[in-house]
Design a protein around this ligand. Structure first.
Ligand code: URA
Length: 237
């Protein structure tokens, strides 16, 4: 990780305070003075401030049930960031592993471990994300077979050069017309689910993420959060 980040993780200093300390020449990496905040360091390096050796705090991992009218961002904008919900120290030093739109609700993973969030987000890792989707135009049983096939083959989104990766579309009930479906995808293109349904002439009117990999939101109430267990963290290592 970056040296300034390592300093923040192992002290009470903010990122700008860490940069000041670096500038002053008080930091040594493996015995050498280090001033570059972007220098890449590893926990095995000996990192000292003023002769005191630093040990990085353990990474933190949380799940949150995002409510509507909040944003997955590290700054508050028109809507507040989901990070405000986390009653933990330095919540704004964490980041969101896979953003949701302001009007989307559901499961959000939050961490300060960049490698872990990469495993959640990167399309190459093929981590499944399952969304419950409410549609403006109901899908008839008659049309559903072709649509399920189309989603599994990939959808051509507007402005994209390649098809989406295979997606699993499931109708929730056995009724004749269905406007509530489940969609499982393994990528996270901008507004992907909304654009996939737009591409087949429909419109998403409600969107809720229920599951990431085998991790489910389960009975976590809207706005609630909790620390992930070690086993849950290990799902994405
Ligand atoms: N796809 C979308 O369109 N929006 C989200 O928030 C998540 C996936």
């Amino acid at each position: 990780m970056r040296l300034d980040k390592f300093i923040c993780k192992s002290t009470e200093l903010t990122r700008s305070e860490a940069k000041k300390v670096l500038k002053s020449g008080e930091v040594r990496v493996n015995g050498e003075i280090a001033k570059n905040p972007a220098m890449q360091v590893h926990e095995n390096n000996t990192i000292e401030i003023d002769g005191h050796s630093l040990t990085a705090r353990r990474s933190r991992y949380f799940m949150l049930h995002k409510v509507a009218d909040t944003i997955c961002s590290n700054v508050n904008e028109v809507y507040p960031s989901v990070l405000n919900f986390l009653d933990v120290d330095k919540a704004f030093d964490l980041h969101i592993a896979g953003r949701l739109d302001a009007d989307t609700t559901g499961l959000v993973l939050i961490t300060d471990d960049g490698r872990w969030s990469h495993n959640v987000i990167s399309p190459k890792k093929e981590c499944q994300k399952t969304y419950r989707v409410w549609l403006r135009n109901p899908i008839t049983t008659e049309k559903s077979v072709a649509l399920i096939e189309q989603f599994s083959q990939g959808i051509q989104l507007q402005g994209e050069s390649s098809l989406t990766k295979p997606a699993i579309l499931t109708l929730v009930t056995d009724t004749e017309v269905e406007n509530e479906v489940l969609l499982t995808i393994t990528e996270g293109k901008y507004h992907q689910v909304k654009r996939m349904f737009a591409a087949v002439g429909n419109r998403v009117i409600g969107l809720h993420r229920e599951q990431i990999g085998s991790l489910k939101l389960a009975d976590l109430a809207p706005g609630e959060w909790r620390t992930l267990t070690e086993d849950e963290v290990a799902l994405f290592i």
